[in-house]
Design a protein around this ligand. Structure first.
Ligand code: HPA
Length: 287
């Protein structure tokens, strides 16, 4: 197996973003810029970014275009809460037909831009029976079903320029960032659930039997993203914070009249954005 991208490809994309945005602080430095990935229905969070420069994914060398609904496909670079941020308005998913390596290309570009801390957001179905649509969940750990099926972005010759062959995932979601998120939530009076995120390929939503199975094996939420990006980030030495918006309660009974739909996911996402924006703004202030 050969990799599609090498160090020169990541460098080229990073240099393009640096040149296009004219931001010279997009380099490894003390603290460094903070990366942000905005999931389904969460694009508008980027409107809070000041001095914003937008770069379309289509223009950036080797970036894949975003085909998923609610994903604008733009990189927004600017300032938020006193931090330089590199925000992805929309991401690529395995279900779109991209490889794990392609999905995570932007994460290594962020590393080249000096990103040392990454905030991953997503829309997810609630599996924990206590969760309600509109809840926010701090990701404390994950279950990588797609990885178990052999699709892991770290498979292949190790990208030695970024990290080691066998990276530990014991603390994949950095304790210091989890603490910052919990403190920020408490200060704002925002309820922040905590739980394990299960990554499935999609694009179909889960069957009731799959939802009951996920609950049995310890999942609190289920979604179709985030985990490949977290793996590549941790491999590259980036600290990761993951926040799921519970956009719907996953249906676990065959005789239920309820069905999960894209509309429900998008609508709840829109409703949650102000709360998520407040939370992330407060987290950034603490970094
Ligand atoms: N399942 C999988 N992915 C999702 C869901 C869900 O119920 N809701 C939002 N993304």
């Amino acid at each position: 197996m050969t990799l599609k991208f090498g160090p020169a490809d990541y460098d080229r994309a990073a240099e393009f973003v640096r040149a296009r945005t004219g931001r010279q602080d997009l380099r490894p430095s003390e603290g460094g810029p903070v990366g942000l990935v905005l999931g389904s229905g969460l694009n508008s969070l980027a409107e809070a970014v000041e001095e914003a420069e937008a770069v379309s994914y289509e223009e950036i060398p080797h970036f894949s275009t975003s085909t998923a609904p609610g994903h604008a496909g733009r990189l927004i670079v600017g300032r938020l809460s006193g931090q330089t941020v590199v925000a992805m308005q929309g991401r690529n998913h395995f279900y779109e037909g991209y490889t794990a390596e392609e999905i995570t290309f932007p994460i290594r570009v962020m590393r080249r831009l000096g990103v040392g801390r990454l905030i991953l957001t997503n829309a997810a179905g609630g599996v924990n029976p206590a969760f309600r649509a509109g809840d926010l969940m701090l990701i404390v750990d994950h279950l990588n079903f797609v990885g178990m099926a052999g699709h892991n972005p770290l498979i292949g010759p190790n990208a030695q320029a970024f990290g080691t062959r066998f990276p530990s995932m014991t603390h994949a979601y950095a304790r210091v960032l989890r603490r910052a998120a919990l403190e920020a939530a408490q200060e704002l009076g925002i309820t922040l659930r905590q739980g394990v995120y299960a990554f499935l390929a999609g694009p179909n939503f889960e069957t009731p039997a799959e939802v009951r199975y996920l609950r049995l094996v310890g999942a609190d939420a289920v979604g179709m993203s985030t985990v490949p990006e977290a793996l590549v980030a941790v491999h590259a030495g980036i600290e990761v914070l993951g926040i799921s918006t519970i956009t719907n309660v996953a249906v676990d009974q065959l005789d239920s009249d309820k069905e999960t739909s894209e509309e429900e996911v998008m609508e709840t996402g829109r409703i949650v954005v102000p709360r998520l924006t407040a939370l992330l703004t407060a987290v950034l202030e603490r970094l």
